[in-house]
Design a protein around this ligand. Sequence first.
Ligand SMILES: Cc1cc2nc3c(=O)[nH]c(=O)nc-3n(C[C@H](O)[C@H](O)[C@H](O)COP(=O)(O)OP(=O)(O)OC[C@H]3O[C@@H](n4cnc5c(N)ncnc54)[C@H](O)[C@@H]3O)c2cc1C
Length: 409
Amino acid sequence: MGSGQKRLLILGSGFSSFSLLKTIDAQKFEVIVVSPRNHFLFTPLLPSTTVGTIEFRSVVEPVRQAKRGTIFYEAACTKIDSRRRAVACKGSDSAFTLAYDALVIGVGAGVNTYGIPGVVKHALFLKEVADARAIRQRIIECCERASRPDIDDTERRRLLHFVVVGGGPTGVEFAAEMHDLLREDLSRAYPLLWNDVRITLLEAGSSILTTFDATLSAYTERLFRRQRIEVRTRTPVARLGSDHVTLKNGERVPYGLLVWSTGVVPRLLTKTCSFQKDSLGRIVTDDRLRVVGRHDVYAFGDCATIGDLSLPMTAQVAQQQGHYLGIALNQRASGKEPRPFRYRHYGMLAYIGGNKALADLEKSKTGGFATFLFWRSVYLTRLMGIKNKMLVMFDWFKTLVFGRDISRF
Ligand SMILES: Cc1cc2nc3c(=O)[nH]c(=O)nc-3n(C[C@H](O)[C@H](O)[C@H](O)COP(=O)(O)OP(=O)(O)OC[C@H]3O[C@@H](n4cnc5c(N)ncnc54)[C@H](O)[C@@H]3O)c2cc1C
């Protein structure tokens, strides 16, 4: 910190922190990013990577190449000492401490398992690239095993039962991608298995996609029925075994693959830091994203909330907050007081399979093929880097012409 620049320490490399990094003026601060993930991940297209519609590398961007003149450490922050203005960090094989002048917390949120027995041990999640890779491997593994001659009918049906728990946008999009893979690629690669393949979506509430307009939610349920995706609402899960899920009503449902996607909870760092939290455990900030009671600590994205303004925990919010904070910090460094953060809601989109998507916009609620084209064009423009835009476009073209790659290695 000898250069006279103030040290800005950013925790996380997700939507909020990465947008901040892109916007911040690295001449005005000594910028250090600490995150256990050395890349930014464009999560809205993560479900597409689980089945190979899009390749993993197309939806990530290295943090180190995001902004010249900034420093990155691959480590997790384990403790914030706001009195001493320092954080403790842990890398894969070492621990260190970093001092800061200003701290920005953008550590996102973790998976909510509701403490249901067996979930952590047996379920697959969909949060990081490693999760998507594990799902892709398991799908092909199930199909390969199911096609072997020594497998009996009961075991084959179990292996080919793909279960998704959670009817939010991520669970629905994953079920939709699964359906596309089965219909367009696996049906040709494993023609004898096709009749035994099933996808089931389990939802504890009374409907799926509750954050979307009710007409779009009902439209999706009808479409899923036609696509042989069984939607079971009001079906809470009691516990998970390695090859079956037990429902609250006692029913035992065998599965080959189970993906758990039932919302988020605060991460350990958010839980243990001493700042003020709301009832959901998120760090409370003012409308300029400053942590309440601290003028040198900021928080944004899924780990924070602005007073009692309950914004959704989405990429849209996190990205806008990151962009805002970058501008606000640049202004403060030049002696100007920034205006408060204002969220602009652009609507919600979701892919529902068979080249159909949903758009819940302020002025229209639509679903179908035209919306699918709109969905693709929006996500293409939202991807941060030009390289990623080109890679994703190429992946879509490749899948359309040659189908998805079902090799396992
Ligand atoms: C599969 C999937 C699909 C989604 N689709 C959409 C969508 O279509 N539209 C939409 O608006 N939202 C979507 N979301 C939600 C969206 O991804 C999140 O709301 C958004 O990523 C939140 O941004 P964030 O910066 O708060 O956290 P994140 O993007 O989750 O980033 C958190 C970062 O903090 C890092 N970190 C964690 N712990 C520590 C620590 N102790 N120290 C330092 N760093 C740490 C993580 O490695 C990560 O880099 C989706 C989420 C998922 C999982």
